[in-house]
Design a binder for this molecule. Sequence first.
Ligand SMILES: CC(C)(COP(=O)(O)OP(=O)(O)OC[C@H]1O[C@@H](n2cnc3c(N)ncnc32)[C@H](O)[C@@H]1OP(=O)(O)O)[C@@H](O)C(=O)NCCC(=O)NCCS
Length: 141
Amino acid sequence: MFFRELNLPDDYRSTEAATLVFQEVYGDYSERTAAELIAALSMNHVLHYGCEVYSQLLAVGSLETRFLNDGIVSANNIAVTQRLRSGGVGRQLMSFLEQESREMGANLIRLTALPTAVGFYVKVGYQPIDSKNPLELGKLL
Ligand SMILES: CC(C)(COP(=O)(O)OP(=O)(O)OC[C@H]1O[C@@H](n2cnc3c(N)ncnc32)[C@H](O)[C@@H]1OP(=O)(O)O)[C@@H](O)C(=O)NCCC(=O)NCCS
């Protein structure tokens, strides 16, 4: 499976990735247009990645590098298209993001999990990093 960096907004428009991210990660987004949401994702220090087959994005994720100087990156917007879930794609996506983070010089990748996704992250090696918030997870690289 081949992951690459995505260019916003072009890749999100052409591949309907916006739908994948917004519907599957953020739930109902009917109140906001795709353009508004793309603008919200286009933040400084955030790199977007995805796996594309025949111009359809199958999995996406982003890395926030604001604290890279401290060796920390944050993963966000992780999603695998519904029909491919439970087939190992999410694991490959996380492994790709971890490798990218390592290559950038990070030694910790952290994220805030949705309650429904905690089990997935634990399976791929993430552990709680904040005793007050069980959704805050991290993995040493
Ligand atoms: C969470 C998500 C990315 C997982 O992707 P996936 O491709 O289904 O995951 P994988 O098939 O690689 O699963 C890896 C392991 O985690 C387990 N797993 C997957 N999703 C799980 C979940 N929600 N809860 C518990 N375990 C889960 C799998 O059974 C598998 O275990 P195994 O190695 O023992 O077989 C995907 O379900 C998704 O896009 N969900 C909707 C968006 C979302 O919740 N994103 C996370 C935001 S924080």
